[in-house]
Design a binder for this molecule. Structure first.
Ligand code: HEM
Length: 530
């Protein structure tokens, strides 16, 4: 390693990358004092007790003691890669988002994850997978924080702690997928039938992807976009893998978990290292921004519903290529902080009550996980455009803020810039959207009450082999429940989806198939292409 970069005064430069990266010809303390030995602590004689005055010993061990940060409360196990998103420019009619203009290239970082397992859990378990992409656009960071399943378990964020408590390992044993966790999970979803659609996807082959490279991704919620002329549309985001969608079968997944618990992580890193860089096409389903926020009778604010692609084809917007592995897992994959509220001009949220709660949750949890309010300064989170946020101080502040105190209006700070004009296309402006006259209510719209027609549509879209896999998965997982009443209740829920599915699962569990509780609605035609 060569000489350290210096400032004009000859002192080592404090902001060079190399200075940060443990560089130099000799070992030092964190304060830069040269060390002659790091293998022996300072003792009162070679056989004597260790001296408290050994600063190097205490500093080294103290730093080690604090190396771990809390794992994510969900999506703790993840793998990520850097890449580029190249826009086709086809989105210009619906959004003024600058990174979707013709041929714009945007740096990205994508993290894939499982939801329930801890950081050290195995990869090829049956679970939903996260698919979160950070676009470092010139207008600021845009995060598309999605999953590999297009619907969610719950319609309202207030129930997120409930579903996660029910799905995580039982408190006494902390065994992933302990039998007790099966009881709590199936207890919750059988009592809470809005979870049925998501559960059907999870029990299908989609719940055990072959590789991150072979997963679709979905923004799940409906977003509102605005074009340069001020016209708005509602959209749902989709990622389509160039490698196609592939899954493991259950027996393969079981073996893979035993032989290589890092299977998905290794697969992603190896593929990129070998130059077989995975690609996904980003697309949108576009809907008119009608006051009812429905399309063909489907409530677009209900995150347990899809819109079949026959009714609204996915229109391609650009291509994502992941071509660089992280060089430090902790710095990048662990410290990256996604947030569905990281939006850019031209893309805004809707009133989906699940999305609304997420807007609060991510920043809140990251304040604890990443130790205070300055994690946007970490290299992986730092926007790739000028940042002038008026924030000061706080835990882990690394910026050297200068000048007059940040407040506005301010007649003393001379050349300090003022907020941009609202008319500029690159200025963050919330899309003006009328909020209906309303009163406070703790309830969902009635359109959220149909919990069965789309699960039935999903079931009918599967081939006989896929149907068998799905029924086998229900049978296997429910077979782990201690409580017979829970198994019976879940089979009753399935009866409301499809009587043949319920019969298959009941037979596998040695139960009587009950009579349908709720006749399935038939106003949405089955979609063969799902
Ligand atoms: C993390 C997706 C719903 C709270 C994540 C991650 C993804 C994700 C992909 C991992 C991010 C990463 O890789 O760092 C989704 C999707 C949802 C959803 C698609 C529904 C459509 C919710 C809800 C809440 C929530 C309703 C809470 C009200 C969290 C939290 C984290 C997380 C706390 C950990 C964040 C961190 O520590 O950085 N979610 N999530 N999520 N999600 Fe969600």
């Amino acid at each position: 390693s060569g000489p350290r970069p210096t400032t004009p005064t000859g002192a080592p430069s404090s902001d060079s990358q190399e200075d940060q990266a443990q560089h130099g010809s000799w070992l030092t303390t964190a304060q830069g004092a040269r060390l002659y030995d790091t293998d022996h602590s300072l003792k009162a004689g070679s056989r004597g007790p260790t001296l408290l005055q050994d600063h190097h010993l205490r500093e080294k061990i103290t730093h080690f003691d604090h190396e771990r940060i809390p794992e994510r409360v969900v999506h703790a196990r993840g793998s990520a890669a850097h890449g580029t998103f190249v826009s086709y420019g086809s989105a210009s009619e619906i959004t003024k988002a600058a990174f979707l203009a013709p041929e714009v290239e945007t740096e990205v970082f994508t993290r894939f994850s499982s939801v329930v397992g801890s950081r050290g859990s195995a990869d090829s378990v049956r679970d939903t997978r996260g698919f979160a992409t950070k676009f470092y656009t010139r207008d600021g960071v845009f995060d598309l924080v999605g999953n590999n399943i297009p619907v969610f378990f719950i319609q309202d964020a207030i129930k997120f702690p409930d579903i996660i408590h029910a799905a995580k390992p039982h408190p006494d044993r902390e065994i992933p997928q302990a039998q007790s966790a099966h009881d709590t999970f199936w207890d919750f979803v059988s009592l809470h039938t809005e979870a049925t659609h998501h559960t059907m996807w999870q029990m299908s082959d989609r719940g055990i992807p072959r590789s991150f490279r072979m997963m679709e991704g979905f923004g799940v919620h409906t977003f509102r976009v605005e074009n340069a002329a001020g016209k708005t549309f509602l959209v749902k985001f989709h990622w389509k893998p160039k490698a196609g969608v592939h899954s493991l079968i259950w027996e393969e997944a079981q073996m893979v978990n035993g032989v290589d618990p890092d299977f998905h992580r290794r697969d992603l890193a190896d593929a990129i290292e070998a130059g077989a860089c995975p690609q996904w096409e980003l697309g949108v389903q576009v809907f008119p921004d009608d006051p009812g926020e429905t399309f063909e009778g489907i409530d677009l604010l209900d995150p347990t519903k899809i819109v079949p692609e026959e009714l609204a084809p996915v229109q391609p917007l650009g291509m994502l290529t992941l071509d660089r592995n992280p060089s430090n897992f902790f710095d990048e994959t662990e410290q990256v902080a996604f947030h569905p509220g990281h939006l850019v001009p031209g893309i805004d949220i809707t009133n989906d009550p699940l999305l609304q709660g997420r807007l609060f949750s991510y920043l809140d949890t990251q304040l604890t996980r990443l130790g205070g309010p300055n994690f946007s300064q970490l290299p992986i989170n730092r926007p790739r455009c000028p940042v002038n946020d008026m924030f000061r101080d706080g835990m882990h502040q690394t910026a050297d803020h200068r000048g007059t105190a940040p407040y506005k209006p301010n007649s003393l700070d001379g050349g300090n810039p003022f907020p941009a004009e609202q008319t500029d296309d690159h200025t963050f402006v919330e899309i003006a959207h009328e909020i209906p006259a309303s009163k406070k209510e703790r309830r969902s719209p009635e359109s959220f009450d149909d919990h069965y027609s789309q699960p039935r549509m999903f079931w009918l879209s599967l081939t006989p082999v896929e149907q068998q896999h799905l029924a086998d998965a229900f049978t296997f997982e429910l077979g782990k429940c201690y409580e017979e009443t829970i198994r019976e209740r879940q089979v009753a829920v399935l009866t409301s989806v499809d009587s043949e599915l319920a019969r298959m699962v009941a037979e596998g569990l040695g139960l009587e198939a009950p009579v349908a509780q709720t006749p399935p609605r038939t106003d949405i035609e089955p979609s063969p292409a799902l």
